[in-house]
Design a protein around this ligand. Structure first.
Ligand code: PMP
Length: 444
């Protein structure tokens, strides 16, 4: 029961604030116009302090290099050797238009409708059969389609990590993964690599000391270093994982970009006991904008990923999934790769030869057989901050190595440069600018 005086008081207040209008004989009506008084009051409504409202446990990425690179990549006259994309001018748009038209005819309105949280059944089947060619046997219930492999990395982390848990990564490793692990509260420990990939020979010590929740690895043409884990080490890594019951997260975006040497079997293909969760993507084989990746793992984990997808984006975009199905079925993906791999091979050689032609003492390129990157050690005697500054002055964008190291500090000066996206002229001019920046930043 409400007291009459309270009601009267409420009416008085609404009236004085200009929300209602009372006229004798006409009763009281809601006032449409905001009164002058209210307008004045707007001036005194305090602004929301978003910086204080943000959950800083999750939001730790405001200095993210990936974002910065994406932003300045389009600056005028900038030569970017920092990204990890296909050169847009190499995409056969006419061919893709034909496939898109075929999709319109074949699928019609279905292209624009909602689809399963786990992805289109047909695409999951296609992924499973393509993975078979890699020696990975997966039942359809062990496959989920995600919005790029990035989402797979995030779901794996969210499914397993509680704040304070340890994760072991190669050092250096993919900075976009390190950021996810840290964002969800994991403590990231880096294990060094050499020319054969992760130093599995010292891994046991790390496992005993840190008791990690999982091991994250990019075994083939690693980002950023380009190195590939040898077969012996793949088997040793699996044996250690079995011994200490530690799951492995295998991130595999580059293994089809084979430029030299043999094709390596996926860790997942060698795994006899379901310890490896495999993450694949179309981003590096074809193009990134489609945002389609997949995860192959134990059914229980895939189910958990389904629940996460339900709350984050319901499902991967239907149009892109149908397009990918037809790109695969009509062998456009295959043709695209057959056309681009010789270009990457050429680009890489041109970049390496150009760097070597400058003959900078102490500058060293890490050997690699595929993927998108050259991992380069710069002279010790270089002021890294000044070098990064000079690069931006001379309009060449590179990835400084530091953020790829989980601990955030390194004794040596590394950079990652990309050869998949630039043209010949950009490679030659870009490396020239890079050399100017190195010269300008040498100490003493
Ligand atoms: N993992 C690695 C190692 C990568 O290099 C990248 C892209 N730079 C990704 C995952 C994310 O790729 P996407 O989400 O486009 O599949």
């Amino acid at each position: 029961e409400v007291n009459r005086t309270t009601v009267n008081k409420a009416y008085m207040e609404l009236k004085s604030d200009g929300f209602i209008l009372s006229q004798t004989g006409k009763g009281t009506v809601v006032q449409g116009q905001i009164s002058k008084e209210m307008q004045n009051r707007d001036l005194f409504v305090p602004r929301l302090q978003w910086q204080q409202l943000l959950n800083h446990d999750i939001y730790k990425n405001d200095s993210s290099l990936i974002k910065k690179v994406m932003n300045s990549a389009n600056e005028k006259e900038m030569i970017t050797l920092a990204g990890g994309f296909v050169n847009a001018s190499l995409i056969d748009v006419d061919q893709i238009e034909k496939i898109m038209n075929l999709c319109f005819k074949k699928y019609g309105e279905r292209l624009f409708c909602a689809s399963s949280v786990f992805g289109l059944y047909e695409l999951r089947e296609l992924v499973a059969s393509r993975m078979k060619q890699k020696g990975i046997n997966a039942h359809i219930n062990q496959v989920i389609i995600t919005s790029g492999s990035q989402q797979g990395l995030e779901y794996f982390t969210r499914s397993l990590i509680k704040p304070g848990d340890m994760v072991i990564v190669e050092e250096p490793s993919y900075l976009g993964a390190i950021e996810i692990f840290k964002a969800y509260g994991a403590q990231v420990v880096g294990i060094p690599i050499d020319h054969e990939g992760m130093r599995v020979d010292i891994l046991e010590k790390y496992l005993l000391k840190y008791r990690p929740k999982f091991i994250y690895t990019i075994p083939t043409y690693q980002n950023p270093s380009g190195v590939t884990l040898s077969i012996e080490r793949r088997n040793q890594l699996l044996e250690l994982a079995y011994l200490y019951r530690i799951p492995i997260l295998e991130d595999d975006p580059y293994s089809d970009i084979v430029l030299e040497g043999p094709k390596m079997p996926a860790l997942k293909a060698l795994d006899r006991f379901g310890y490896v969760t495999y993450i694949g993507t179309i981003s590096k084989n074809m193009f990134m904008g489609l945002r389609i990746g997949w995860v192959i793992s134990d059914e229980r984990l895939i189910e958990a990923f389904g629940s996460l997808k339900q709350i984050s984006d319901l499902h991967t975009n239907t149009l892109g999934q149908y397009l990918l199905i037809e790109l695969i079925k009509n062998k456009v993906l295959e043709a695209h790769m057959a056309r681009l791999i010789p270009i990457y091979r050429h680009n890489k050689k041109l970049m390496v030869d150009t760097i070597k032609s400058y003959d900078v003492p102490e500058m060293a390129i890490t050997p690699s057989n595929g993927g998108f990157y050259i991992w380069c050690r710069l002279p010790q005697n270089l002021n890294m901050n000044e070098f990064v500054q000079k690069c931006s002055e001379y309009k060449v964008l590179i990835m400084p190595g530091e953020p790829f190291f989980a601990g955030g500090t390194v004794g040596e000066n590394y950079i990652r440069i990309n050869y998949s996206a630039p043209s010949d002229t950009e490679i030659i001019e870009g490396i020239k600018r890079l050399m100017h920046a190195i010269n300008a930043a040498m100490k003493g």
